[in-house]
Design a protein around this ligand. Structure first.
Ligand SMILES: C[S@@+](CC[C@H](N)C(=O)[O-])C[C@H]1O[C@@H](n2cnc3c(N)ncnc32)[C@H](O)[C@@H]1O
Length: 285
C-alpha cells in the first residue's frame, strides 16, 4: 500500500481500494451537513441521506482499521447522537471517549447561548488498542512530589483556540482545525511509523501533523483545490506545531536542586516582596 499520499475523490470510494486491516488511526472530520460551502461541494442533504453517506464511509473505515486501530470522528450536535448509535450499535466499535473541543471565541448569539464547543467521538476497533499515555500528558497545575512530573493524565475537554484568520498557518479552507487537536490524537493512538488516514483532509491538518510526528499519512478530499493546499502545507511543514505550550518548559520547584530560570527567580522575588510587605520588613530585591 502506498502511503504519504493524497487522493482526490470520494472518501468511501477511495477507502474501498485500501487493503483490510492496514490503517492504525483514522481521524475523520467530515462535513457536518450544516450547509457549509467547500468549493466544489455543498454540505446540505436530508438527514436520511447524510446518515446513508456516513454509514457508507464508516463501513470502509471499520474494514481498513487494524485490530489495534482507533477512529476519531468530529461531529456537530445535530447528528452526533445518531453517529454514536451507528458506531456502537451498528458497527460494533468500542467506545473510548467523547471528547469536547472547547474554544473561547466565536460568533455570539443574541437569543440563546453561543456555541463554544465541538465534539469528537473516539472509538477503537477492539479492546486491545494503542494508547500512549505518556506521550499526551499535560502540564501539572501544581508540582507536588506525589504528582507525576511528566504531566497529568489528559481529560476529555480539550481547550485550544481556533486557527485565527491572522495566524501565519491559517489557510483559505473554511473549517481548518487546530493542529493541537490532531497532535494529541496521533501521539496517543499511533506509534512512530504507524499509518494515519484522514478521509476528509480539507486543508491537510492531520497529514501535516502526522508527517511532523514521523507517522505515515494518507489524505482524501473531494475538492482538488484542497488537495493542492494540503500538498503544499505538508511539503513546507516545519517541526513547530500550533500547540506549543510554554508551560511544558516549567521546572518543578520541588524536584531536588531544580535549575532556576529567570521566571523562577522573578516569581521568588515577587513572593519575597509580598511576604516582606505582610510582615512590615523593608525588602530590597
Ligand atoms: C470539515 S472539512 C475538513 C477540515 C480539515 N479537518 C482541516 O483541518 O482542514 C471537510 C472536508 O471534507 C471534504 N468532503 C466533502 N465530502 C467529501 C467526500 N464525499 N469525500 C471526501 N471528502 C469530502 C470537503 O471538501 C472538506 O474539505
Amino acid at each position: 500500500m502506498k502511503t504519504n499520499v493524497l487522493y482526490c475523490g470520494d472518501a468511501a470510494e477511495i477507502m474501498a481500494r485500501l487493503p483490510a486491516e492496514s490503517i492504525d488511526l483514522i481521524i475523520a472530520d467530515p462535513p457536518y451537513n450544516l450547509g457549509k460551502k467547500y468549493g466544489n461541494n455543498r454540505d446540505l442533504r436530508t438527514w436520511e441521506e447524510y446518515e446513508a453517506f456516513t454509514r457508507n464511509w464508516l463501513s470502509e473505515a471499520k474494514r481498513i482499521l487494524k485490530p489495534t486501530g482507533s477512529l476519531y470522528v468530529f461531529m456537530g450536535f445535530r447528528f452526533i447522537a445518531r453517529l454514536y448509535t451507528l458506531l456502537e450499535d451498528e458497527f460494533g466499535l468500542f467506545f473510548n471517549g467523547w471528547i469536547t473541543w472547547h474554544y473561547t471565541q466565536g460568533m455570539g448569539r443574541k437569543n440563546g447561548f453561543s456555541p463554544r464547543h465541538e465534539d469528537i467521538l473516539y472509538f477503537t476497533k477492539s479492546e486491545n488498542f494503542i494508547f500512549n499515555l505518556d506521550a499526551v500528558r499535560v502540564p501539572q497545575k501544581y508540582y507536588r512530589e506525589r504528582n507525576n512530573m511528566i504531566g497529568a493524565n489528559p481529560g476529555d475537554v480539550w481547550q485550544f483556540s481556533h486557527v485565527h484568520y491572522c495566524s501565519a498557518e491559517r489557510t483559505l479552507h473554511p473549517t481548518q482545525k487546530p493542529e493541537a487537536l490532531m497532535e494529541r490524537m496521533i501521539l496517543a493512538s499511533s506509534n512512530p511509523a504507524g499509518v494515519v488516514l484522514d478521509p476528509f483532509v480539507g486543508s491537510g491538518t492531520t497529514c501535516k501533523v502526522a508527517r511532523v510526528l514521523n507517522r505515515q499519512w494518507m489524505g482524501i478530499d473531494l475538492n482538488p483545490d484542497y488537495i493542492q493546499m494540503s500538498q503544499e502545507r505538508i511539503e513546507t511543514a516545519t517541526p513547530e506545531l500550533d500547540s506549543y505550550d510554554p508551560r511544558m518548559m516549567r521546572t518543578p520547584r520541588d524536584l531536588p536542586n531544580p535549575p532556576k530560570d529567570l521566571d523562577d527567580l522573578e516569581r521568588d522575588r515577587e513572593r519575597l516582596e509580598s511576604l516582606s510587605k505582610e510582615q512590615g520588613i523593608l525588602f530590597n530585591g
